[in-house]
Write a protein that binds this ligand. Sequence first.
Ligand code: HEM
Length: 139
Amino acid sequence: MPRPTIWFLRSALIHLALGFTFGALLLWNKGVPLHPLLWRLLPAHMEFLLLGWIVQLAMGVAYWILPRFYTQRGDVRPVWLAFVLLNGGVWLAGMGGTLAAPAWVILAGRLCEAGAAAAFAVHAWPRVKPMAPEASHRD
Ligand code: HEM
């Protein structure tokens, strides 16, 4: 498995664990009210699971399986930029909502997430092509 995919998948699994934990606390609090502040976990719950888990998992696997240029996957720098922007954006927007941060913090998070999508598209676009005949079935 290529290194960027390892990082994306490990980070996605951490966000899955955190997102599910927040979800379980939200559900528990609905059944047996523990503390009203627990509802503040909802923005982080949604952000961690929708972007931190689902989008990040998709990016990590896409980097691994999209067609290659013979054995090469092309320029990896936009992929690392996408990794940093996505994880930074998820925490700014998710924890920003939970900690009632100023609106510009959440906006900055969203802009980072959009930037992550753009950076990953810059890397992936040239790889959306027919597979090179000799490159299939390797890795
Ligand atoms: C990948 C899995 C999941 C995703 C993408 C997800 C996403 C969401 C979203 C978008 C909302 C807001 C819904 C709305 O406002 O209408 C929500 C609410 C909620 N989620 Fe999840 N969730 C997931 C898994 C879970 C799990 C595993 C639990 C519990 C163990 C959970 C517990 C809750 C609770 C209690 C709410 C609040 C519902 C309410 O407003 O009354 N979620 N979730």
